[in-house]
Design a protein around this ligand. Structure first.
Ligand SMILES: *Cc1c(COP(=O)(O)O)cnc(C)c1O
Length: 342
């Protein structure tokens, strides 16, 4: 794979905006270069545009070198930037599994890029050759999500490796739910596959959805391209500080995950008892996809009881499916009790 052939020509030739904090990096005592207000420290200063301290913390915990880490305003920023870096509007295309996370399609539409769907099989799993068959010379990205949303299962790792070997474009594996899963991260294969991009987020297991921080791991060349086209100060200082602090305490995250996994197994056992539940799909994430007799009626009933679950009935292969996020033991019990009265 030649990355320069994949990158859009205008992006390859782009001279990025050079901010004050890019031009001078280092220790100094008087900063009169960025038209900042000298008062209201520390919020008066522009934050580090490359978020180095934050990336050093991520690097330690995730075992990914700093140069292979991009951080953005949620994973959603990285998803959008990957389109803008690699996909020529109205010309290139991407291939994605279906059903999956909705943002890959929304960002394709925003960027005017053709989005080719390849249905998962009856086990909600992939077959590498079918994804490759859907590509052509204009295919720049294959979108994969493991554990997948909304199905909850992890994708077959052997097939993932085949796609990484066979496809000459970028292969994105979105691992938003990896901390709930028993399989390891594909980030350990970054040096093996120059076309691999792994997405992770602080929004789920780390309990920091409001803070907005997503990570993209990839070759230094790919990370450089994303850095070149991002907003200069895409991650604000409040977010950088909050995430550095959260990362000091991975035990907290593991404790939450352990609790949620216990609750997940409890919920599966309980939900199986209801006669309107037709099927509970295997899950590797902090949610369960449940096929019921009538998802629309169940959803409306729960809304009346002021409980909100996700009705996925209109999603391909998910007819009459409800996606239930695992909550606290009390929240889960409230749901189960209301379902008894349904
Ligand atoms: C929740 C989720 C994300 C998280 O997106 P952020 O912008 O980081 O909050 C990413 N991918 C998938 C598949 C998700 O379900």
């Amino acid at each position: 794979m030649n990355l320069n052939e994949l990158i859009r020509k205008n992006i390859l030739e782009l001279h990025p905006y050079s901010c004050a904090r890019n031009e001078f990096q280092g220790e100094a005592s008087v900063f009169l270069d960025a038209n900042e207000n000298p008062y209201n420290s520390p919020l008066n200063r522009y934050p580090d545009p490359l978020q180095i301290e934050l990336k050093e913390q991520i690097s330690k915990i995730k075992n990914v070198p700093v140069e292979n880490i991009f951080t953005g305003n949620g994973s959603d920023e990285a998803i959008d930037l990957l389109y803008r870096a690699f996909c020529e509007p109205n010309h290139d295309n991407v291939v994605a599994i279906e059903p999956t996370y909705g943002m890959y399609k929304v960002c394709a539409d925003i960027n005017d890029v053709e989005y080719r769907k390849v249905m998962l099989n009856e086990n909600f799993d992939i077959e590498a050759y079918r994804l490759i068959d859907a590509t052509n010379v204009r295919s720049k990205i294959i979108w994969l999500c493991s554990p997948n949303n909304p199905t909850g299962n992890s994708l077959n790792r052997t097939e993932l490796h085949k796609i990484l070997k066979w496809f000459r474009g970028i292969v994105v594996i979105d691992e938003a739910y990896i901390d709930f899963s028993t399989g390891g991260s594909f980030s350990s294969f970054l040096s093996e596959y120059p076309n691999l991009v792994v997405l992770q987020t602080m929004s789920k297991a780390w309990g920091n959805a409001a803070v907005r921080l997503g990570m993209a791991y990839g070759s230094a060349e790919i990370v450089n391209v994303l850095n070149k086209i991002k907003y200069p100060y895409n991650v604000n200082i409040l977010t950088q500080n909050a995430v550095v602090e959260a990362l000091q305490n991975p035990e907290q995250m593991h404790e939450w995950v352990d609790k949620l996994l216990v609750q997940r197994e409890f919920m599966i056992k309980e939900l199986e008892k209801y006669n309107f539940v037709n099927h509970i799909y295997p899950t590797d994430a902090n949610f369960i996809l449940v096929k019921v007799k009538d998802a629309n009626s169940l959803y409306k009933y729960l809304v009346k009881k002021s409980i909100i679950v996700r009705n996925r009935s209109n999603v391909s292969l998910c007819e009459n499916c409800i996606r239930i996020t695992i909550g606290t033991p009390q929240e889960n019990k409230i749901l189960l009790d209301e379902l008894k009265r349904y």
